[in-house]
Design a protein around this ligand. Structure first.
Ligand SMILES: *Cc1c(COP(=O)(O)O)cnc(C)c1O
Length: 299
């Protein structure tokens, strides 16, 4: 009997046989028309799976989720403007490290791990530092399991005419996102968490209305240049050699997601989570973030 490994971490995740086999479709040069079609299909299916094809466009990059996040961070702040980073866990801290590594002006709102940000603090930072152009935060902070109040921060961003960037790497297709009433300008995701593809390709879902602004942001990196990747991908082209086989697997994973629907997948994960919480309680373990303290989908 074939040995089956069950992965119990947030990522990498187990994938289906269909996704695993998809990467064996064969060798392909990314300068061929077949790859151009695959690229177009993956980008289209990503936004279709979430029902956001009118407002959003997908920009892919080869690399793990961190690659897409770094691309989004260093490509989204205009010359002379700053980023406000909300940090309450390892991943929020990573956003700040990225901005600092690219020598971008940043303001930090730091909380102990597991503590949600206070909206008053966000608002007073926006008042105090008018140079803040982009607010960045992690949606689901995987280190603690805390769900940050993305909808309330989105409302603040709108009120103050700021752009919002969210690391949704572990929440996309796992937690609800209200795409229409609480818009996020840049949503960062990866193939290999709740999307259930294989590692090697990640993406940013960009609000189309923000594209003209992004095109004017100065280049801070050659590889991680969001506007340039977007322009190339719109032409059916890629800037560099992509992880072709990871794209095959992502296409199959998106077919599965569209069949299951995003809502169906969220329900399935929620049922798993309930089972785990029950089991942990039976073992006498306490939850770090009690469910009542988590900022849910309407926070
Ligand atoms: C997993 C994760 C990352 C990092 O993703 P990699 O694919 O390991 O680069 C970043 N942010 C969050 C919230 C994550 O859960």
């Amino acid at each position: 009997m074939e040995k089956r490994t069950v992965l119990l971490n947030p990522g990498p995740v187990n994938v289906t046989e269909r996704v695993r086999k998809a990467q064996l479709r064969g060798d392909l040069c990314h300068r061929e028309e077949e790859f151009s079609r695959l690229l177009g299909t993956v980008r289209r299916k990503l936004v279709e799976a979430f029902g956001i094809e009118k407002e959003y466009t997908a920009v892919l990059i080869s690399g793990s989720g961190t690659a897409a996040l770094e691309m989004a961070v260093c490509s989204s702040v205009s010359e002379g403007q700053a980023m406000l980073v909300i940090q309450n866990g390892v991943y929020g801290e990573r956003i700040a490290h990225m901005a600092q590594a690219h020598r971008m002006p940043v303001h930090l709102l730091t909380y102990p791990w597991g503590r949600p940000p206070r909206l008053e603090d966000v608002e007073s930072a926006l008042r105090k530092y008018p140079e803040i152009e982009v607010i960045a935060l992690v949606h689901h902070e995987t280190t603690t399991g805390l769900l940050n109040p993305l909808p309330s921060v989105s409302q603040l961003a709108r009120r103050y005419r700021k752009r919002l960037l969210a690391d949704c790497i572990s929440s996309l297709a796992g937690e609800e996102l209200d795409w229409s009433s609480c818009p996020v300008d840049g949503v960062v995701g990866t193939a290999n968490k709740c999307i259930q593809g294989l590692p090697g390709v990640s993406f940013v879902l960009v609000r189309k209305e923000d594209l003209p602004r992004l095109q004017k942001v100065p280049a801070r990196s050659v590889y991680f240049n969001l506007a340039r990747h977007h322009a190339a991908q719109e032409r059916g082209d890629t800037l560099f050699t992509p992880a072709v086989q990871a794209h095959y697997a992502l296409e199959a994973a998106l077919d599965e997601l569209i069949e299951e629907t995003v809502d169906g997948r969220i329900r399935r994960y929620r049922a798993y989570a309930e089972q785990f919480r029950k089991g942990f309680a039976e073992m006498g373990l306490e939850l770090l973030i009690p469910e009542s303290r988590n900022c849910g989908p309407n926070a």
